[in-house]
Write a protein that binds this ligand. Structure first.
Ligand code: DX5
Ligand code: ZN
Length: 227
């Protein structure tokens, strides 16, 4: 059985101290980096230069979540820079397969993300082109929002396909994950849990990661803390 993956989101970290904030969660599986362009979402965060600097400042694999328009143009450079996983939004492109192939060709894993209101059925056929599916459990744009439990049906549906051997894919969830909500997500079959405010709003972010991991393992039928 696999371990629960916790991906702290630096959206809730201190942007002037990103190297320290990464070091504070050193045993996290991935570090989640929210790239927002003020067009696809009504917020602006950071872009490629900051990701390039962060890559030099931490050994934690970077999980770049691109909430941007035109990912066909902007996503591959994150892979070329050395990001481990590059996720873009299904709603942002007419050709997600081409974007995924470019990301993989540049050496990263490719992720597809869907907003809470976006169904997954139209994308089932193309998910074999991806390594991760990022199910948004809040409207993308801001940290600290409340978890939308309805989206767990999408996680369950993909979990069934993965367990049936029809897909090889990590199921990731993003938005409103904390000690109260992570168990429901784990029960639904999520592998990787993004948490921003629940980690960086805690007095000890490293301890918050460990606690979330324990709760996920406790609630999940397919994840464990055992070696
Ligand atoms: C929201 C971002 C999330 C955000 C999650 O658009 O994609 O990654 O950081 O923050 P919390 O965990 O506070 O909901
Ligand atoms: Zn995110």
């Amino acid at each position: 059985m696999a371990h629960p993956m916790i991906a702290p989101s630096i959206l809730s970290a201190d942007f002037a101290r990103l190297a320290d904030e990464a070091a504070a969660v050193a045993d996290a599986h991935w570090l989640h980096v929210d790239v927002m362009d003020a067009h696809f979402v009504p917020n602006l965060t950071l872009g490629l230069p900051v990701v390039q600097s962060l890559l030099k400042a931490t050994d934690i694999p970077l999980d770049c979540h691109l909430m941007i328009e035109d990912p066909g143009r902007w996503a591959p450079p994150y892979a070329e820079a050395g990001a481990h996983n590059v996720t873009f939004h299904a709603e942002a492109t007419d050709n997600p397969v081409a974007v995924a192939r470019d990301i993989r060709a540049a050496g990263a894993r490719a992720g597809l993300s869907v907003k809470p209101g976006t169904p997954i059925e139209p994308y089932l056929e193309i998910l074999k082109e991806f390594d991760t599916l990022l199910v948004m459990s809040v409207e993308p744009g801001f940290g600290g929002q409340s978890f939308i439990p309805d989206v767990l049906d999408k996680a369950r549906a993909i979990r069934r396909l993965v367990d049936a051997g029809e897909l090889t894919l990590l199921v990731e969830i993003d938005g409103g994950i904390n000690a109260d909500t992570i168990e429901a997500a784990a029960e639904a079959g999520v592998d990787c849990f993004v948490a921003g405010s629940a980690v960086y709003g805690a007095d000890d972010p490293g301890e918050a990661v460990r606690k979330l991991r324990e709760r996920a393992a406790h609630a999940s039928p397919h994840l464990t803390l055992a070696p």
